[in-house]
Design a binder for this molecule. Structure first.
Ligand SMILES: *Cc1c(COP(=O)(O)O)cnc(C)c1O
Length: 388
């Protein structure tokens, strides 16, 4: 018996528009004030979009630099045939140095102690030092530029050091003190860039999506470290901060859909769902959406969020369940079993993005996207017009 389970008709699924992702990449690159190369940040399964698919599409456009969060992601990309530089931004245990070498992966060096551990394994791991310029997350202390220089020179040959990087933690903010802070981070980084200029290390980078758009310009100040931008969130059409303005034409590439498994009348005075948190006040029509918190729909949207059906909002009523969610469709005409509910994306004139959902949840679009569960199957489509 042949089993067909790969059609785009599930209980909960995502459609990813590769044309939109491509447009986002091209528009972002063009809107940079300096001609910089893009390092595509495809950690966390490309922010939920599928790292292999996204890397393949970008490779086709000439992208040769990728960043991931861990060695498993890096190995997955190599196994899928992705070429080019793959930088692992976070810690990998030194037990993996042979794998790192065999697969020609680049490891971020999070501290001096870690550099020594890697070097002690005897494998000449390709590395880039993380420099801490104020975030206090990872990296060697950027306040002591001389020491950073010394460390980089010391490990240049013991490990195969081909560059270093830092991370901006408030590049998306309009606050004056945050702007000053970012300038301070850039100054610290530049000082180290200048001290080791003679080494001609090819990879020196500090800009995330927001930094590239808001700080990088064509002035000489950035020569030596403004040639690479690590593009993450804006590639996926979302904003680093909800208040940011991103270039025209960049839009979310992802639509999250589900199906109505049941539509039924519920009488005034009855209750909905676990905990009886919603009391029906009028003769109502309630639909069951086949998506729940195990799919990544935050339970915090219970009695607050909505889904879109036929271009109209259907409010979530009651507590979101593990696999199902109840919505009020009383005011939407002709709702029937099998119809689609849009959780994120566009429906008629309505739009609701991960950024919008994040605002409703008090978080950021990054988290909304990463929380969409693996069991929500990803499908790849190529039509622009659905999403603009
Ligand atoms: C995640 C990450 C990025 C990408 O940041 P966006 O805000 O998504 O552009 C860049 N650099 C590092 C080190 C990161 O961890």
């Amino acid at each position: 018996m042949e089993i067909h389970v790969n059609q785009i008709e599930k209980r909960s699924w995502i459609e990813i528009n590769l044309s939109q992702l491509r447009a986002n990449y091209e528009i972002y690159k063009k809107s940079l004030k300096r001609n910089a190369e893009i390092m595509a940040v495809i950690k966390a399964d490309a922010y939920g979009h599928g790292d292999v698919q996204v890397a393949r599409m970008l490779s086709g456009l000439g992208v040769k630099l990728f960043a991931v969060s861990n060695i498993d992601e890096a190995v997955g990309l190599r196994e899928a045939g992705i070429k080019g530089e793959i930088l692992i931004l976070g810690y990998s245990s030194p037990v993996y140095t042979q794998t790192l070498c065999d697969l020609d992966l680049t490891q971020a060096v999070v501290s001096e102690t870690y550099a020594a551990q890697l070097a002690n394994t005897g494998f000449p791991v390709k590395c880039q030092f993380a420099i801490d310029t104020g975030m206090n997350r990872i990296g060697i202390d950027g306040d002591d530029a001389k020491h950073c220089e010394q460390v980089i020179r010391n490990y240049k040959e013991k490990l195969k050091v081909n560059g270093f990087f830092t991370h901006l933690c408030v590049a998306d903010s309009d606050d004056e003190s945050d702007k000053e802070f970012t300038s301070g981070q850039l100054t610290k980084f530049k000082t180290i860039v200048d001290l080791v200029a003679d080494l001609n290390l090819p990879y020196k980078h500090c800009f995330n999506s927001a930094g590239g758009l808001r700080y990088l310009d064509e002035s000489d100040y950035f020569s030596g470290f403004g040639e690479i931008v690590r593009l993450g969130i804006v590639l996926y059409g979302l904003k680093p901060d909800i208040r940011n303005v991103i270039p025209e034409g960049i839009a979310p590439a992802l639509t999250w859909k589900s199906v109505l498994s049941m539509v039924k009348p519920v009488h005034a005075g009855e209750y909905i769902g676990y905990g009886r948190t919603f009391k029906v006040e009028r003769e109502s029509l309630i639909a069951t959406v086949a998506t729940g918190y195990a799919d990544g729909l935050s339970r915090h949207l219970s009695n607050r969020g909505f889904v879109m059906i036929n271009g109209q909002r259907a409010p979530i009523v009651g507590k979101i369940c593990m696999d199902q969610t109840l919505v009020d469709v009383t005011d939407i005409p002709d709702v029937a079993i099998g119809m689609h509910a849009i959780l994120l994306g566009k429906s008629g004139q309505l739009k609701y993005s991960a950024d919008d959902m994040a605002l409703d949840l008090g978080t950021i679009g990054y988290e909304v996207m990463c929380n969409i569960a693996k069991r929500v199957q990803r499908f790849y489509v190529n039509s622009y017009r659905d999403y603009l």
